[in-house]
Design a binder for this molecule. Structure first.
Ligand code: ZN
Length: 271
């Protein structure tokens, strides 16, 4: 997935006049480096669809560059714990650690502060929910489970589950780490015949950066360290009108300008 080099204004793309049923596509367990996240993003972009990615800290640690790409697509991000543990069987202290560590990893990758979480295996209870509430996150479940992670489930069944989407459906699918060809085939086939009947939005609980807000995506070219001081100055001024400043992986490796930009990022991220 290619980055546009320019500063890009962003909006959730919600059309108030659109009365089609709203479907919330969700993808758990990513992001993945083997192209699955990219393929999902490309497919969604093809239909102008927005979705929600419930990522684990562990996966983000290895594939952090996908976080800006997900945000760049206008999708929401949710917390899926650091190591995909069953929170119901986890001590309160560990629940806090799992959620915070995931949030930290996501923010290190350039992600927004998170406002929602999805408990792995859907395993939660009042204790876990109140801990997440204290951390500012709403638990989010699903209403349609494609069971796409099960070896016995084929793409036709995933297609059929997708086709049961109604207004307000929250559809559970999976991103990496495993190969997701069934999910991708089913989703591509279904979008091809059904996408025009629905509007696909990111879960409202998860939109910590919302409609009307803007972010800037910088690539390494814009962070060229050899730019004139005036150019750098005007770039930094320009960035101040953006709420989030995302950097590509390559850009993050560049150091001298990064210092200034990172400070600015921190300033812009303050809510
Ligand atoms: Zn999961």
């Amino acid at each position: 997935m290619a980055f546009a080099g320019a500063l890009v204004p962003w909006s959730a793309g919600a059309d108030v006049a659109d009365t089609r049923p709203i479907v919330y596509l969700t993808f758990d367990d990513g992001p993945s480096a083997d192209g699955v996240t990219d393929e999902i993003l490309d497919l969604l972009a093809q239909y102008g669809a927005k979705a929600t990615f419930f990522v684990t800290g562990q996966r983000v640690r290895h594939n952090g560059s996908k976080i800006p790409e997900i945000m760049y697509g206008g999708h929401a991000i949710g917390n899926h714990t650091y190591s995909h543990v069953n929170l119901r069987n986890t001590s309160s202290e560990e629940v806090v650690k799992e959620l915070k560590a995931a949030g930290d990893e996501i923010s290190r990758a350039g992600g927004p502060p998170l406002t929602c979480f999805r408990p792995p295996f859907g395993a939660t209870d009042n204790r876990v929910n109140s801990i997440s509430a204290e951390l500012g996150m709403t638990p989010v479940a699903w209403s349609l489970d494609t069971r796409d992670w099960q070896p016995s489930v084929f793409s036709l069944e995933i297609f059929e589950t997708l086709d049961r989407s109604r207004d307000g459906s929250v559809v559970l699918m999976h991103d990496g780490p495993a190969k997701r060809s069934k999910t991708l085939v089913a989703l591509a086939d279904w979008m091809a015949v059904a996408a025009h009947r629905y509007q696909f939005r990111a879960l409202p609980e998860c939109q910590s950066y919302g409609a009307g807000e803007q972010f800037a995506l910088l690539d390494d070219q814009e962070l060229d360290l050899n730019v004139e001081p005036e150019t750098l100055q005007s770039l930094l001024l320009k960035l101040q009108s953006y709420r989030f400043v995302l950097q590509s992986e390559a850009a993050r490796e560049e150091t001298p300008v990064l210092g200034g930009v990172q400070q600015l990022t921190a300033k812009l991220d303050v809510r």
